[in-house]
Write a protein that binds this ligand. Structure first.
Ligand SMILES: [Zn+2]
Length: 81
């Protein structure tokens, strides 16, 4: 699915890693947590690549409202005095 040279560094190779739970951005503000997702990760710079089928499933989860829904705390970073 991946196994190609990295576009972001020289000498890096993209390998498939199955992530237990990967947060994937969909559109400007959407996020889904896709479980057991095969993600491409560069062996050198650790850049991540998402195959079209992974993106499609993430979009499907968001737009068709499939899957479990969990609440996620959201807060603005506040500089410590
Ligand atoms: Zn790289």
């Amino acid at each position: 699915m991946y196994n190609h040279p990295c576009e972001y560094c020289s000498g890096g190779r993209v390998e498939c890693v199955v992530m237990p739970r990967e947060l994937i951005r969909v559109g400007k503000t959407g996020f889904v947590a896709l479980e057991q997702a095969p993600i491409g990760v560069c062996t050198r710079c650790k850049a991540k690549y998402y195959h079209a089928s992974v993106i499609r499933q993430a979009e499907s989860l968001l737009h068709r409202r499939r899957g479990r829904v969990v609440k996620v705390p959201v807060g603005r970073f506040v500089e410590a005095g």
